[in-house]
Design a protein around this ligand. Structure first.
Ligand SMILES: *Cc1c(COP(=O)(O)O)cnc(C)c1O
Length: 416
């Protein structure tokens, strides 16, 4: 007989079968009326029997689709050994993942988190601490760009600067100066004696798959060096192979001083990381920052497994080829529905369809065709397929989007 404490017995089958009503969720999400019970590759299976093609990818998270056997194996193997010990002790899988991330990037140091916003919090604190440790604590200000999204904590909503996320939540965290997207002169003008860093997403995700040009990033890198500013990149969405390079800044041939990542690195397991050079992490000494869950053995095992698959030249070349294929098909759709589609844009498999109708109408019409996508800012519909998506799924995606666009075209009274 096992010794179970009171309340530790598993729920009875009857109570397990009872579905939640959803009415006790904090109503901050406008959820679509569908619940999934299983996923396989690019496909999601709903409780009601419907089958969806998933180009939402849990918002750029499921880089290898659903239930990738290699990731499932890594997670279940680890689950049988050890779940959590805290950062009071060494975590070998984490040390290994940090070594590998540094090997693959500009970085010398890694701090693991549970989310993107926490990775950004670490990046922001690190930039401030750097200047403070250098005897310039007044350089705490950070320049950011309109349309940015850096998370939902108090500091990251201030960094993102979007009114709809700031309203009603009290005084905005001090120290962020926002300039128009891609405006180099405005950026320069916003830099003063109190500025310590510039923060941006090389490709804005939530902002509508808007890409900073390679030229802009190179000029920015030079400018930061000249002024002693730290360059912080938010690659929470653009990183981990999404654009066809392991990290999007590689397209410009530059490196940041600090980089936040999350989403894809866990392939669906919640995790993130703040990567930095030795120089930028000056000041981040024992006790000044921390986390209970960050870098936990389950997350680390999955992170290593994701890198095993994604961080190879062949895999990334495959992403680029797939992106060319999908982009070409989308261009075809744009030609066929000029009244509905304004532009196809983005980078790699971080793709945006800028619509002439409400973007949410296309997302809804596509969902009618059992095709999942994500709305983004600037009236864009985002497509975030698994990086390892197959040709059949790409063809299916084209057909379903075509059907969705046709249904809207008819409604608008302008048959294609
Ligand atoms: C999603 C996202 C974040 C926030 O990540 P969370 O895990 O939701 O905290 C930050 N920056 C970018 C670019 C993102 O796409």
């Amino acid at each position: 007989m096992t010794t179970m404490t009171k309340g530790a017995t598993p729920a009875s089958p009857a109570s397990q079968a009872r579905r939640g009503s959803g009415s006790h969720f904090l109503p901050v999400f406008a959820r679509a009326d569908v619940a999934f019970e299983r996923g396989e590759g690019a496909w999601l299976f709903a409780e009601d029997g419907r089958k969806f093609l998933d180009f939402a990818g849990g918002i750029a998270v499921n880089v290898l689709g659903h239930s990738h056997p290699y990731l499932v194996e890594a997670l279940t193997q680890q689950a049988q050994k050890l779940w959590h010990v805290s950062n009071l002790y060494n975590i070998s899988e984490g040390a290994r993942l940090a070594d590998r991330l540094c090997e693959l990037t500009f970085a010398d140091k890694v701090f693991f988190t549970n989310s993107g916003a926490e990775a950004l919090e670490c990046a922001i604190k690190m930039a401030r601490k750097y200047h403070s440790a250098n005897g310039q604590p007044e350089r705490y200000r950070i320049v950011t760009f309109e349309g940015a999204f850096h998370g939902r904590t108090l500091a990251t909503i201030a960094a993102g600067g979007q009114k709809k996320y700031l309203d009603g939540f009290g005084p905005k965290v001090e120290g962020f100066d926002q300039v128009p997207f891609g405006d180099f002169d405005a950026m320069k003008a916003a830099v003063g004696p109190e500025t310590g860093a510039v923060l941006l997403e090389p490709v804005q995700g939530e902002g509508g798959t808007r890409v900073f040009s390679n030229d802009f990033l190179r000029k920015l890198r030079e400018f930061c060096d000249e002024k002693g500013l730290l360059l912080i990149l938010d690659e929470v969405q653009s990183g981990v192979g999404r654009t066809g390079k392991l990290f999007a800044h590689e397209w410009a041939g530059i490196t940041p001083d600090i980089m936040a990542i999350a989403k894809g690195i866990g392939g669906g397991f919640p995790m993130g990381a703040c990567l930095s050079t030795d120089k930028a992490s000056k000041g981040m000494t024992a006790g000044v920052h921390g986390t209970t869950f960050g870098g936990n053995p389950l997350a680390m095992a999955v992170g290593n497994a994701v890198l095993d698959v994604v961080a190879t030249p062949e895999f990334l070349e495959g992403v680029r080829a797939t992106a060319r294929d999908i982009t070409q098909r989308l261009a075809e759709l744009k030609d066929r529905y000029p009244d509905l589609i304004e532009e196809i844009r983005g980078s790699g498999l971080l793709i945006g369809i800028k619509t002439k109708i409400a973007n949410t109408d296309l997302v809804a019409a596509a969902r009618e065709q059992n095709f999942l996508s994500v709305p983004a800012g600037d009236n864009v519909v985002r497509l975030l397929p698994p990086l390892n998506i197959g040709e059949n799924e790409i063809r299916e995606a084209y057909q379903r989007l075509d059907a969705a666009l046709a249904s809207l075209s008819t409604k608008a009274g302008t048959p294609a």
